[in-house]
Design a protein around this ligand. Structure first.
Ligand code: PAF
Length: 283
């Protein structure tokens, strides 16, 4: 695996190649590696020649109280996992390389999509994400990019960005990887104590209950959501939201929206760790 720390080296390494790209902030786990395998599949299918991953902890998407400095940096383990997964090129710029001057030009996604749910609780988060992904795309110039569905809203915001800026990138959303008990894999799971880890699956169970109610024909979403949040709160969680939304635009369902067009999304704090998850309703 070739490691490029500069944009210049990356560009000369990738010249003339079609790449499938997996952007990450490092601290890799099996969920990220599944994305790399999906990127390799593009290579196997002959759609691309190269699998590229990036590791860059993006200060722009952290709020002042979210501890950018404490985000786990696990460089050697990340490199080992990428190498073993068959990644061809790792782009790992430092902050000076990607942001040599304060990044005053930024991508502002529309409020209807980016100021709800995650954006409501993490104002400016999607500006940071869109700006860095736009910049990473300029550096890598991928033919395809693979993102995990665990970050459901992030996927939607980025897909719209790619469409509105006519970026020549195929956006591939990949299923969430889960632990045996159903907990969505996340770098943040590493912050959980053993007791919290055992409790953590309750978030996805709460989403499953919301889905079961919607499938059974309930559509009093506000009441369903309040009850689901209360049930988690009683167990010691601090829920930000547990909600049923339309898969198409993440807005509140309207009369006539069938359950199979909906998704349940949640974010809640367990101790000091904030977890997010989502489950699409299928037929
Ligand atoms: O999902 C992530 O890890 C980050 O938001 C991303 C897309 C790598 C941008 O920093």
């Amino acid at each position: 695996m070739k490691i490029c720390h500069t944009i210049e080296d990356l560009r000369s390494t990738l010249r003339g190649k079609r790449s499938a790209f997996v952007p990450t902030m490092g601290n890799l786990h099996a969920g990220h590696i599944a994305l790399v395998h999906r990127a390799n599949q593009c290579r196997t299918e002959g759609k691309t020649d190269t699998t590229v991953a990036s590791i860059f902890v993006n200060r722009l998407q952290f709020l002042p109280h979210e501890d950018f400095d404490k985000y786990p940096r696990t460089w050697q383990s990340d490199c080992d996992q990428l190498q073993a997964a068959g990644c061809d090129v790792l782009f790992a710029p430092d902050e000076k390389e990607l942001y040599p001057e304060p990044q005053s030009y930024k991508v502002h996604p529309p409020a209807a999509l980016a100021d709800i749910l995650e954006g409501q609780f993490r104002p400016g988060f999607f500006i940071g994400v869109c700006t860095v992904v736009m910049k990473l795309f300029q550096c890598v110039q991928p033919s395809a990019a693979i993102f995990g569905k665990k970050d459901y809203q992030q996927n939607m915001v980025l897909r719209h960005m790619v469409r509105q800026f006519a970026l020549p990138v195929e956006m591939i959303a990949y299923e969430t990887r889960r632990a045996d008990d159903g907990l969505a894999l996340s770098s943040r799971n590493g912050f959980l104590s053993p007791t919290e880890r055992a409790e953590a699956v309750q978030l996805s169970l709460a989403l499953k209950s919301l889905i079961a109610l919607a499938k059974a024909g309930r559509s009093d979403y506000a009441a369903m959501e309040a009850a689901a949040m209360q049930a988690l709160a009683v167990r010691g969680w601090k829920p930000d939201y547990l909600t049923v939304r339309r898969q198409a635009d993440l807005q509140v369902p309207q009369a006539g929206d069938v359950p199979a067009s909906l998704v349940a999304l949640g974010a809640a704090k367990l101790g000091t760790t904030r977890l997010i998850d989502n489950l699409e309703i299928t037929q």
